[in-house]
Design a protein around this ligand. Structure first.
Ligand SMILES: Nc1ncnc2c1ncn2[C@@H]1O[C@H](COP(=O)(O)OP(=O)(O)OP(=O)(O)O)[C@@H](O)[C@H]1O
Ligand SMILES: [Mg+2]
Length: 417
């Protein structure tokens, strides 16, 4: 069991261990009943009849393995489920092909261990307790039992006389002492195959993690390049054009100064308007890079500004007692900004709701509306942009938006430092 196992009395510890061991025996018995099925399906499969049975059988094995994971979880071994997809269907390829799947191989190895080792260890633990009580108290109810049942250690040693049953007390107490001392240890041994075999294969886990990191790194670089292109477009199409306009107008005004000062003044006024527009566009671009409102008012303040500016009435709940890293806050802000813009633009909703909270070391952002639904990340660049930004943080996005509504955008971001 885990290192943080609470200190209990010897008796309570042994009793609790025995209960968990008995639960392990229950799972072991189910595993034992499953083993012949595995054999039968493997045999039938080689003559093709068994092929449709492969997947249901492997799914049942996963159910058993999940039961064991839950038992181990309660005992302090949190075991992450290694399954990413359905078990192989076994329709094609040889039996070895199915066994090439590491999760199948590991699940079946565990099944075998639980059905043998798990049951034996569990039975020994439970028998030490039950035989100990039986043998130590036999002298009390000696006259009540049939002669053939007057024996100790599970019938191993027969006792001829009542005074001989005193021997049973000694044997019984010895078994109870062994049980007290060894029950927690036997439970640990019984858990070992599950702990070693039911988590993700360490090699696979690492290579999957590397693949995921490589993908999110690419997504981060993509998001970065897209962001730069967006800023470049915004500067090029907005502020730069206006400043070109200002330069042209100032040149025209200079030419008019001598000839027609009134007209020059008019042109300068237009140049001034244009310069002011350029300035406000520049401000908008700067704000879109990292909204200063985030810096000044924190995530809650920034989000309440967004909610109050939203064209659709929007309720905001924020439960973020700590400050997250700036890039995470900025991403959460952009998620809400884009989602609320979409609500106003596409949903036809009468109400929207934004919920932001921290659970564990994850920041959860949920934006819902009661509109017509049908949000589709392939339909534009906004939702896809949310996906890229969130992926770059190793977070997760879910867009649930059936036709007819409602729409829910759910984002989870790691925010631990
Ligand atoms: N809340 C919503 N309710 C209904 N439909 C939505 C909602 N959000 C998005 N959509 C639909 O999903 C499509 C994709 O949205 P997305 O934000 O990716 O692109 P967009 O808003 O059209 O353009 P932009 O690139 O400017 O964001 C939208 O065109 C719209 O049809
Ligand atoms: Mg959009």
């Amino acid at each position: 069991m885990g290192g943080d196992e609470p200190r209990r009395g010897l008796l309570a510890g042994a009793l609790i261990a025995t209960l968990w061991v008995a639960a392990g025996v229950g799972i072991g018995v189910l595993a034992l009943m499953t083993l012949p099925l595995v054999g039968a399906v493997a045999a039938l499969r080689s003559i093709r009849i068994g092929r449709p049975l492969v997947r249901p059988l492997l799914q049942w094995v996963r159910v058993l393995a999940d039961l064991e994971r839950r038992r181990l979880g309660r005992l302090g071994h949190e075991i992450e489920s290694p399954y990413h997809d359905e078990p192989p269907d076994g329709e094609t390829g040889p039996v070895r092909g199915v066994l090439d799947e590491p999760t199948v191989r590991r699940d079946l190895s565990w099944l075998f261990m639980q059905a043998t080792f798990g049951i034996v260890l569990g039975t020994v633990t439970v028998q030490l307790l039950s035989n100990g009580i039986h043998d130590a108290t036999l002298w009390l109810w000696w006259p009540l039992v049939d002669e053939s049942e007057r024996s100790v250690i599970n019938g191993l040693i027969g006792l001829e006389t009542w005074s001989g049953s005193v021997f049973g007390v000694v044997v019984g107490i010895a078994q109870l002492i062994l049980w007290l001392l060894f029950a927690p240890r036997l439970l640990r041994y019984q858990c070992r195959p599950g702990v070693n075999l039911l988590g993700p294969d360490p090699d696979i886990d690492l290579s999957e993690r590397v693949a995921r990191l490589a993908a999110t790194r690419a997504a981060a670089l993509d998001a970065h390049a897209i962001e730069l292109r967006r800023i470049e477009r915004a500067l090029h199409d907005g502020a730069q054009n206006r400043i070109v306009g200002v330069a042209v107008l100032v040149g025209a005004a200079r030419r008019e100064v001598e000839r027609d000062p009134g007209r020059a003044d008019e042109i300068l006024a237009r140049a001034q308007d244009s310069a002011e527009l350029a300035l406000s566009e520049l401000r908008a671009v700067v704000r879109s890079i990292l909204p200063p409102v985030l810096e000044n008012r924190g995530l809650e303040g920034a989000l309440s500004a967004l909610a109050s500016e939203c064209a659709v009435p929007c309720r905001l709940t924020v439960d973020v007692p700590v400050r997250c890293p700036a890039s995470v806050e900025a991403t959460a802000y952009f998620v809400v900004a884009e989602s609320l813009t979409n609500v106003a633009k596409h949903s036809g909703a009468s109400r929207a709701e934004v919920g932001v909270s921290v659970r564990g070391d994850r920041l959860h952002v949920v934006v819902t509306d009661d509109g017509r639904g049908g949000a589709d990340p392939a339909g534009g660049s906004g939702l896809a942009g949310i996906g890229r930004r969130v992926e770059a943080h190793d977070g997760e996005v879910a867009v649930v938006s059936p036709e007819g509504g409602p729409t829910e955008i759910r984002v989870e971001l790691p925010c631990g430092s």
